[in-house]
Design a protein around this ligand. Structure first.
Ligand code: F7E
Length: 329
């Protein structure tokens, strides 16, 4: 019998990478699709897996739709990757962020508990939960949370609810506390993709500057394609547990900008950057760097793609996109 997985957030960045990874392990993949006027399948198409996903209708904010889906497919594994995932928007849409990222997770956990209690459950938790907390320059599974945005706060609720279902109902539920992870599939509003897209346009003569906010914050940036393996590994353990997934390296936004311009041979990058306070956040997370010892030891997981390589992959993918667009007029 084929194993089956339900992936929420199937049209985002991580959903397609995870689907591809599991398809290679011969899983049957269901993708939860919420109602859009105009859904964009570019990410599964980019990875060449669009016709191998069975889409099922549902929305994290509609509990009955989740019950229907869980009841009818009873998947072996549920990966909850759906979220209002843009930290910057979470101040403007704090309630929506909470309804999707916090209450939505409770609804999904309840649907699993009542209609498929043996399904293993993965919750996409995040380094944004740590926020200001960084005692020795690193964050790990024992670091207290001090979220700095409605997004971070919503994710703390979902984290503890996932732990609580494990402790209260003996369910196999895990939190992957993933630090920032990027790829050519990253949404254009996130800083890495905004930079690599801008650098590609500048290189090709299509733009002459990039407008950014705060260049000081430091992030631990890894490659999304590496991180989905860790999600899978968590659900293959004998016991459910929570794991930090990161590279252990940290770089500032300005170092990312510098590396992206270096990837196309431009060293005087400062002349191409403009700062607009509109892109600055009311409260910032200044420094993220994960200590990944537990995942290394227990999951045997480690990141494969290093920082400079990641930046290069993203810049090259954006240059290729514009080159194809240009050649088709
Ligand atoms: O910002 C700064 C910004 O939006 C990174 C999500 O996947 O990772 C992501 O959250 C940093 C911040 O990602 C601009 O202020 C400067 O310090 O790419 P970002 P994020 O907020 O770290 C975590 C792990 C998640 O869980 C989230 O879902 O870059 N920054 N200038 C800017 N950021 C943006 N977006 N745009 C700018 O112009």
């Amino acid at each position: 019998m084929k194993k089956s997985a339900l992936i929420t957030g199937i049209l985002g960045q991580d959903g397609p990478y995870l689907a591809k990874f599991l398809l290679e392990k011969d899983y049957k993949i269901y993708g939860l699709l919420r109602r859009y006027s105009n859904p964009s399948f570019v990410n599964p198409e980019y990875l060449g897996i669009q016709d191998q996903i069975e889409y099922v209708d549902g929305d994290l904010t509609d509990e009955s739709s989740l019950i229907n889906v869980i009841k009818s497919i009873r998947p072996d594994e549920v990966y909850n990757l759906a979220a209002q995932s843009f930290v910057g928007a979470s101040w403007q849409q704090a309630k929506l962020t909470t309804e999707v990222n916090a209450v939505g997770v409770l609804s999904l956990l309840n649907a699993v508990k009542f209609f498929s209690p043996t399904s293993k459950f993965y919750q996409a938790s995040t380094s944004e939960m740590f926020g200001l907390s960084n005692s020795d320059g690193f964050q790990d599974e024992n670091t207290p949370f001090h979220p700095r945005s409605p997004y971070g706060i919503s994710k703390v609720y979902a984290y503890w609810m996932t732990v609580n279902f494990r402790e209260s109902y003996n369910m196999f539920t895990c939190n992957g506390i993933l630090f920032n992870h990027e790829s050519p599939l990253r949404g254009i509003q996130f800083v890495t993709r905004k930079i690599t897209d801008g650098v590609a346009q500048i290189k090709l003569g299509l733009a002459d500057h990039i407008i950014l906010g705060n260049l000081e914050p430091k992030r631990d940036w890894g490659f999304a394609g590496d991180y989905v393996e860790a999600m899978y590994l968590m659900l293959q353990q004998d016991e459910p547990d929570d794991f930090v997934i990161a590279t252990g390296e940290t770089h500032s936004v300005s170092e990312f900008v510098e590396a992206a311009f270096a990837a196309v041979g431009i060293s005087n990058w400062k002349q191409y950057i403009k700062i607009d306070p509109r892109y600055k956040r009311p409260a910032e997370v200044p420094h993220l760097r994960g200590r990944v010892d537990k995942a290394r030891k227990k999951l045997g997981w480690k990141p494969k793609v290093a920082f400079e390589e990641l930046v290069k992959i993203m810049v090259e993918a954006d240059i290729a996109r514009y080159t194809i667009k240009k050649s088709f007029g």
